[in-house]
Design a protein around this ligand. Sequence first.
Ligand code: DGL
Length: 280
Amino acid sequence: MTSTIITRIHEASGPDPRSPIGVFDSGVGGLTVVRALMERLPFESIHYFGDTARVPYGVKSVQTIAHYTTQIAEFLLEKRVKVLIIACNTMAAVAAQVVRDLSPTPVLDVIEAGALSALAATHTRRIGVIGTPTTINSNAYARAIHNLSPDARLTSQACALLVPLVEEGWLDHPVTRMTAQEYLKPVLAEKVDSLVLGCTHYPLLKPLLQDVVGPDIQLVDSAEAMAEQTADLLTELHLHNPDRTPPDYHFWVTDVPLRFQTIGERFLGRTLSNVHVVAW
Ligand code: DGL
């Protein structure tokens, strides 16, 4: 279905409060956002899309990411979602506008949410951001933070190795600790007082990262920030599901790789069922 037809369907009726929330990511990582949403909004149904066949996005070009992102957003809009959430920092960094241009329903993204939370957390306005190479090279966090607070001082660091280490399950492993220490050296040298975890995978490393940066630096979890922003949006637009019945969760993926269940359940913190493979 083209985005024009989708727009007409939504315009005719407006978003339905009983419709699900659509969340998408390059793979399983966005389940950290789903987990935060399940905890914050326990009566909302969710359709999650993870592009497991084409992950990782963090090292791909802007054109490729924009193309994949459009496909995924259109897929979820066909499911008549009431809100679209870009859970992937990399997609949010380079393709958020593409999604906003085609979507008739409100679009939220992790970068916006993370930027707001970082500014709420910092006292000194010295903020650190870590993410994939594409996210960091896009300067999207710097733009989002400077738009809100031009005097904020940002130190960014790409941490390409952290995604594979998390997927390996090395959440508290000496190799991960050494890698994080190495990446964070230049960030710590700038005396930041808050650190944005600008990648879906990093919330799983929170205890290790807190250890590495010390107790005086506040970690900003963009997944939690996203859930909070979604709750505010649903309130503002009167889109909370009025039914107090158990919600439906569906997980759409483009491939079911080996260990998908294990990794997915680690991210979600609960059993993963209703997994459907989309044949593209
Ligand atoms: N989901 C991506 C992000 O948040 C990390 C995985 C990837 O590179 O695709 O940036």
